[in-house]
Design a protein around this ligand. Structure first.
Ligand code: 2HA
Ligand code: ZN
Length: 282
């Protein structure tokens, strides 16, 4: 089968387009990666090239040794993925040490995988360890979530709590909550390590003054997670535009009441008793 006829490539491209139309991918902003299943890579083997140069990932991901990934290209625009996937995305293989990669398909006009490859692969590695079904890592620049990083404390528990309160579905969709990475230089190992520390336990990491990372078992779940967080962030921006205090909200015991019916365990660290009714204060 040709790569672009495969369901995983179609799902990958559709997610890029959907993200672009949400307004989350100005210029070359954002990146997407997918850890390809054995049977999926076997089905497209005829189109893979094994003679490319091996290049350093910039970090070490031994638990991903020998695996294949579909990733967006560095400097490529999400907007262009639909019209010319083969020029804007690629399939890479990670070597048997987990330190180098080789492009085996795509980026036909040249280029390299996303500048955030270290973060993507380190996140995919820690996620695989906690749940081998997690295969998608998505990074984008959603405006409302980014706006909140200027006014809320950069504390994952506070971010989670304030965002959870904006929509009852939030704790059901991400019961473990959200982590926050303070401003750091993007693209390197340091921010990758900080993000992957969060992804050991949580599916969402916010990068202050930059954007968001989300992981999931498939494209729908990962896109839906990003969409849910950003929608709740939009509601919070609207509320904060009207007032710095809420008249009423979802209280800790109301969150706890969701555990049974939805089969979840909401993260108790985020259900602290507030000492102030001012939004963002603990
Ligand atoms: O330009 O989003 O974080 C791609 C990015 C870098
Ligand atoms: Zn970014």
């Amino acid at each position: 089968m040709r790569v672009l006829d495969s369901e995983f490539a179609k799902g990958f491209c559709r997610m890029c387009v959907d993200g672009f139309y949400q307004g989350w991918h100005e210029r070359n902003g954002g990146n997407l990666s997918y850890r390809i299943k054995d049977e999926e890579i076997a089905s497209v083997k005829e189109e893979l090239k094994e003679d490319g140069e091996w290049k350093e990932i910039g970090t070490s991901v031994p638990a991903l040794a020998g695996e294949y990934f579909m990733v967006t290209g560095s400097g490529k625009y999400f907007r262009n993925v639909e019209i010319d996937p083969a020029a804007n995305i690629c399939i890479i293989k990670v070597d048997d040490k987990g330190e180098n990669y080789q492009i085996q398909w795509g980026l036909v006009n040249g280029g390299r995988p996303t500048s955030e490859l270290p973060s993507h692969l380190m996140n995919l590695e820690v996620c695989k360890k906690r749940n081998p079904e997690i295969r998608v890592v998505y990074h984008c620049h959603p405006a409302n979530t980014i706006a909140l990083t200027f006014v809320l404390p950069l504390d994952g528990d506070v971010f989670t709590r304030e965002i959870w309160e904006m929509a009852t579905e939030c704790p059901v969709v991400f019961p473990d909550g959200i982590g926050v990475v303070p401003w750091m230089v993007p693209g390197g190992r340091e921010i990758a390590v900080a993000t992957s520390e969060i992804m050991k336990k949580q599916d969402v990491a916010i990068w202050a003054h930059h954007g968001m990372f989300a992981c999931g078992t498939d494209f729908d779940i990962t896109f839906g997670l990003m969409h849910t967080v950003e929608k709740a962030a939009e509601v919070l921006v609207k509320v904060m535009s009207m007032t710095d205090r809420k008249r009423q909200t979802i209280e800790p015991d109301m969150f706890r009441a969701l555990n049974g019916p939805f089969g979840i365990k909401v993260n108790e660290n985020c259900l602290y008793e507030k000492k102030s009714d001012k939004i963002g204060e603990k």
